[in-house]
Design a protein around this ligand. Structure first.
Ligand code: ATP
Length: 511
């Protein structure tokens, strides 16, 4: 059922001009996608919602746009050259390649599911009197499952942290983990694969290898003093950026969930050392609020605290969304300490310190980062919005219930027929609204068919021009979600649409 839903999302995205496989006429390029005429609008609006929520709503956050190419030493300093790799394992029979830690975590999830079932069962049995905390602390089945989860965590961490990958392989074998596709347990050794793409900076100098950035964050770190000084920023302050990142994802699947070229929206928040946990908690909560503010069901989101921390972090949490294929990370919030700035200091020999007037001392700030994948957020919205709605009498309609402020088009202008002066009147309406809104204009097909097409791309309001419009300057408004129709004067259109699709109203939910 869920797989089915996901397939529907992918085919809908293609059929309605949201997402196409890259270079499709050449049969596509694995894990690379292009955004079509509607997709590009939705993506731009998500980016804008993020950007405004960061830069416009915070007087201490500013934006930058750094280059994709950076000095190659940046990636040495950041740890990406030596450490940005995934432990991969191949199945010798199916020839499929997996991330070893993901295989293990998926196995572990079975125990977590068992625990959730135990709790749900007990809740039903004890009703009002149920004390979940006590139950979890004392129930023998749960305790046994938790001990197993911990044992697996400890062994996985030991293998990964020590770099002794044979221990990770041994864990896979001891747990009896089989290839999810073929069921075979015939595994290769676990090996590390670096995820960075590289290219040559100059055609003549073979030595000048550079990388395509695997994250946007480093562009912020190396510019932090430029921004701090020229913007006269005082701690705490943030720098926001959106832009492309590239990763040679070996196991690329699940549509735009995991791509080789994707877009990130990142914000690095620079704070006084010692205050980072306060800010970490603040951003953890604030970012979840940003997601929920889109009207997405609360139960669809959850936090996932990291047990295994990246080399630069002292605390990390993922915000996960329940996709049709299960809960997966959409955004990460990381307390990155002073790791990156200190590394850049040591690689460049330059000071990247902040002078604190109040304390009368200089120090390297700590950093809390929020990092969200724009494409993944796009997938969240598409998965959440797509609905096959039953209309009675066995009829259905496909409707994309996107938040109105993010929809590709804010309204559609539809003359009922292509004659009797209606086209001219509809054009007049278009001219009047086009400065404020992205308006879809369409004359072809029956009005019912045109409504359905607008429903399918998420247009919140259709404006229909008919014979009466010529007599009394009124039009019919038809609302996507309720299909309610209302007759209004053309003079009122701007106000009504502005209210319905307001980015300001959306942002207000965050303050
Ligand atoms: P994952 O564990 O899913 O690979 P990650 O922990 O490596 O993700 P980060 O490095 O924290 O991801 O990147 C921040 C965000 O960028 C992620 O939360 C995700 O939304 C997005 N992202 C990362 N890799 C990809 C990718 N290959 N394709 C699309 N989005 C991605």
């Amino acid at each position: 059922m869920s797989e089915e839903k996901f397939k529907n999302v992918i085919s809908h995205a293609k059929e309605y001009g949201f997402v196409f496989p890259s270079s499709e006429v050449y049969d596509g390029l694995a894990a690379v996608y292009d955004y079509g005429q509607n997709g590009v609008e939705l993506k731009k609006n998500i980016r804008e919602y993020w950007w405004k929520s960061m830069v416009q709503l915070h007087d201490n956050i500013v934006g930058i746009d750094a280059s994709i190419f950076m000095h190659p030493q940046v990636w040495k300093a950041s740890g990406h050259v030596d450490g940005f790799s995934d432990p991969m394992i191949d199945n010798k029979d199916s020839k499929k390649r997996y991330r070893a830690d993901v295989l293990i975590e998926e196995y572990q999830e079975k125990y977590k599911v068992k625990n959730r079932k135990e709790i749900a069962k007990a809740k039903k049995r004890f009703g009002e009197a149920f004390d979940e905390e006590q139950f979890v602390a004392t129930n023998p089945n749960i305790l046994r499952n938790n001990a197993k989860i911990k044992e697996i965590d400890d062994r996985l961490r030991e293998g990964l942290e020590s770099g002794e990958l044979d221990k990770v392989k041994a864990l896979i074998e001891d747990l009896g983990i089989a290839d999810p596709v073929s069921g075979s347990k015939n595994w290769t050794d676990v090996r590390q694969f670096n995820l960075m793409y590289s290219t040559q900076m100059s055609a003549t100098d073979g030595e000048s290898q550079i990388y395509l950035r695997p994250e946007t964050a480093q562009g912020i770190f190396v510019n932090y003093l430029n921004v701090q000084k020229t913007g006269r920023m005082k701690l705490p302050f943030g720098i926001a950026q959106t832009g492309k990142a590239f990763r040679n994802e070996i196991v690329a699947r699940q549509f735009i969930m995991r791509m080789k070229e994707f877009e990130q929206m990142e914000m690095q928040f620079f704070v006084q050392p010692g205050t980072e946990m306060k800010w970490y908690t603040y951003w953890k909560e604030h970012r979840l609020k940003w997601h929920r503010n889109l009207g997405i069901d609360e139960s669809k989101y959850r936090y996932h605290d990291h047990v295994k921390l990246a080399h630069y972090a002292n605390a990390a949490v993922d915000i996960e969304y329940e996709f049709p294929f299960g809960f997966k990370e959409v955004e990460g919030i990381h307390s990155r300490t002073d790791f990156d700035l200190k590394q850049h200091e040591s690689f460049t020999g330059k000071k990247l310190q902040y002078f604190d007037n109040e304390k009368n001392e200089s120090y390297v700030p700590y950093v809390v980062e929020t990092s969200i994948g724009l494409d993944r957020m796009f997938l969240v919205l598409m998965s959440n919005a797509l609905e096959e709605e039953a209309l009675g009498d066995g009829k259905t309609r496909t409707v994309l219930r996107l938040p109105a402020a993010l929809a590709p088009y804010q309204c559609a202008i539809l003359p009922v027929v292509k004659k009797d002066g209606l086209v001219e009147k509809a054009q007049e309406v278009f001219q009047q609204l086009k400065l404020d809104f992205n308006c879809y204009y369409e004359e072809k097909d029956t009005i019912g068919k045109r409504y359905r097409r607008q429903d399918a791309i998420g247009t919140p309001i259709c404006i229909t021009i008919d014979g009466t419009s010529l007599e009394d300057n009124t039009v019919t408004l038809r609302f996507r979600d309720t299909m309610e129709q209302r007759r209004v004067n053309i003079e009122e259109l701007e106000g009504i649409i502005a209210k319905e699709v307001s980015m300001k109203a959306l942002l207000k939910g965050l303050v």
